[in-house]
Design a binder for this molecule. Structure first.
Ligand SMILES: O=P(O)(O)OC[C@H]1O[C@H](OP(=O)(O)OP(=O)(O)O)[C@H](O)[C@@H]1O
Ligand SMILES: Nc1nc2[nH]cnc2c(=O)[nH]1
Length: 179
């Protein structure tokens, strides 16, 4: 397995450098600081991929806020998605809260849509979403994200939380696997 991981890493294309990604996160944070300034938001980290984006946004946000996590996984360390497994639900009551869902990538949108509906079903007053990467597809998605870092071509990506078979989430940039 580790040989495969090393090969994928060595042959991948760098699409966005660490510097570019950090600048994109700065921009997202600025937008969120304006949009949610007086909303006492509950930030929901979508495990596992959302961890770096969540952490990097967190210290750039200036309003009073609280945090929790959710884990709705659809890829299960594979490179194509299946049905959603609910692995963790937030402890915090969502009723009446403004929720900001934070994830690494919006691809088909199935994961984000499911989490959005979950939050609404729990009585959240407003639900926003922030994704580091919005993958450009040739068809419509079931929802759009409110805050997007980068729009990226339709290839299998890793880095900044995004995994290749569970690995490479720590890669310092946004990389695309060779076909
Ligand atoms: O828009 P979609 O096509 O639904 O895909 C996006 C989801 O896929 C990844 O999660 P994954 O299920 O791989 O879990 P992970 O966060 O643990 O990697 C990613 O973190 C998003 O949550
Ligand atoms: N790591 C990773 N996870 C995804 N989930 C949906 N699309 C992708 C992708 O391109 N890369």
């Amino acid at each position: 397995m580790l040989e495969e991981i090393k090969h994928v890493q060595a042959t991948a294309d760098l699409l966005h450098s660490e510097q570019q990604v950090e600048a994109a996160i700065d921009n997202m944070a600025q937008e969120i600081n304006i949009a949610l300034a007086d909303r006492n938001p509950l930030l929901l980290c979508v495990l596992n991929g959302g961890i770096p984006t969540f952490g990097k946004l967190l210290t750039r946000l200036t309003m009073p806020l609280t945090i929790d996590s959710i884990n709705a996984s659809r890829y299960q360390n594979q490179t194509s998605g299946g049905s959603i497994e609910w692995l963790l639900k937030p402890e915090t009551p969502l009723k009446g809260r403004t929720v900001l869902i934070i994830d690494d990538i919006l691809d088909e949108g199935i994961t984000l849509q499911a989490i959005y509906h979950y939050c609404r079903g729990q009585g959240a007053a407003a639900v926003y979403s922030a994704v580091l990467v919005d993958k450009i597809l040739d068809h419509e998605k079931p929802l759009t994200a409110d805050f997007v870092g980068l729009h990226v071509e339709n290839r299998y990506l890793f880095g900044y939380g995004m995994d290749y078979k569970g690995y490479l989430r720590n890669a310092p940039g946004i990389f695309a696997c060779k076909e």
